[in-house]
Design a protein around this ligand. Structure first.
Ligand code: S3P
Length: 174
């Protein structure tokens, strides 16, 4: 089975939804942030604080090169994974790119409880976070499937929408 590669802004639910999708489809689950934390034996916040963002982006790119070889997996990517187009090119070789499309209202609602583990949210105002989101839209639009999130949507509903769209996409490209 082609991989399902979840992209989206911080707090769009890639990890939470990805785990449910993987379980429902009996696929493997990988999370780029979790793999990097394990490899480095540091949290994402510590990596940013000690080595800076470009070091982290380099780790993401190295990981993309490795992950392009996995099969039958759901891969939840970090929110900035898409800003290096090469990463998406690599993931597309063996996967379908599914964007979880969040909007500014949901970002604002989720920001408070999302801040603690996300260095790029910690010292920014909501306006700055939304500005980053707007600047990145062009990269999130580099997808095969886009799932529009709503405030009411449950994790399970979102996972089902991902699965339905993925099955349709796979059917269409065979
Ligand atoms: C980042 C998003 C984070 C994590 C890092 C940088 C970003 O992942 O990779 O803090 O640049 O948007 P989540 O999208 O899982 O928060």
């Amino acid at each position: 089975m082609k991989n399902i590669v979840l992209t989206g802004f911080m707090a769009s639910g890639k990890t939470t939804v990805g785990k449910v999708v993987a379980k429902k489809l009996n696929m493997f689950f990988y999370d780029t942030d979790a793999i990097i934390e394990e490899q480095e034996e540091k949290t994402i916040s510590e990596i940013f604080a000690e080595f800076g963002e470009s070091y982290f982006r380099n780790l993401e790119n190295k990981l993309a090169i490795t992950l392009k070889n996995v099969e039958n997996a759901v891969i939840a990517t970090g929110g900035g994974f898409v800003i290096e187009p090469k990463n998406i090119e690599l993931m597309r070789q063996n996967g379908v790119i599914v964007n979880l499309k969040i909007n500014p209202e949901i970002i604002e609602k989720r920001m408070e409880f999302s801040k603690s583990t996300r260095p790029l949210m910690q010292n920014e105002s909501i306006e700055e976070v939304i500005d980053r989101f707007n600047k990145r839209k062009i990269y999130y639009n580099n997808n095969d499937i886009s799932i529009k999130l709503t405030e009411e949507m449950s994790v399970d509903e979102c996972a089902d929408l991902v699965i339905e769209a993925y099955n349709k996409f796979i059917g269409e490209i065979i």
